[in-house]
Design a protein around this ligand. Structure first.
Ligand code: GAR
Length: 193
């Protein structure tokens, strides 16, 4: 478990690739008194990510990195993180896999949210796969990031019931609603709050 030193909020970067609804919920949470983190940087691999608009609205610096040569880009990201004194990273719908070298530099300080009850349905297309397997429940997981895809230590999970006429879109919506609550809760848990 990570211990909080003093009362200064932990400078955090959120990595996104798309809509950024989890980013939005994290920004809202970060502004509350009980939040141990502040969000000081938004990073995206996609210049068209809708979530980037949240940077302007909330006056948070945003940077886009196009992942062509992964090592080179990751080194550039690492120097931006250093420049902004970032101590923690929340992946929120970030669709790139970070290298072992990058993860090592932020060991135990990178979290991810995944739209399934891990260890079930790692990777992509989780909702359709859960439906194909006639699962009764699905859900979401916040976990530490390690070098294996969606495999780091689980911090918190939330189960949702799959209804009779569930489609992949209705399930995605249902799970996403829970994700917005789960990520802040997991951060509080991580800091023993
Ligand atoms: C969320 O459902 C998140 O769990 C998922 O992408 C969505 C992003 O939504 N992440 C992954 O699938 C990561 N493998 P958002 O951009 O609205 O937060």
């Amino acid at each position: 478990m990570v211990k909080l030193i003093g009362y200064k909020k932990i400078r955090t970067a959120v990595f996104i690739s798309g809509t950024g609804s989890n980013l939005k919920s994290l920004i809202k949470f970060s502004k509350t008194k009980k939040s141990p983190i502040s969000i000081n940087l938004i990073i995206s691999n996609n210049a068209k990510a809708k979530g980037l608009k949240l940077g302007k609205i909330n006056k948070i610096i945003k940077k886009v990195f196009i992942f062509k040569k992964k090592n080179k880009i990751e080194n550039q990201i690492l120097s931006v993180l250093k420049e902004h004194e970032i101590k923690m990273i929340c992946l929120a719908g970030f669709m790139k896999i970070l290298s072992e070298n990058f993860i090592r530099k932020f060991k135990g300080k990178i979290l991810n949210i995944h739209p399934s009850l891990l260890p079930k349905y790692k990777g992509l297309n989780t909702h359709q796969r859960a439906l194909n397997n006639k699962e009764k429940y699905s859900g979401c997981t916040v976990h530490f990031v390690n070098s294996k895809l969606d495999s780091g230590k689980i911090i918190l999970q939330k189960k949702v019931k799959i209804s009779k006429n569930e489609t992949k879109d209705s399930l995605a919506k249902k799970v996403l609603n829970q994700e917005h609550k789960l990520y802040p809760k997991a951060i509080l848990k991580m800091f023993n709050l």
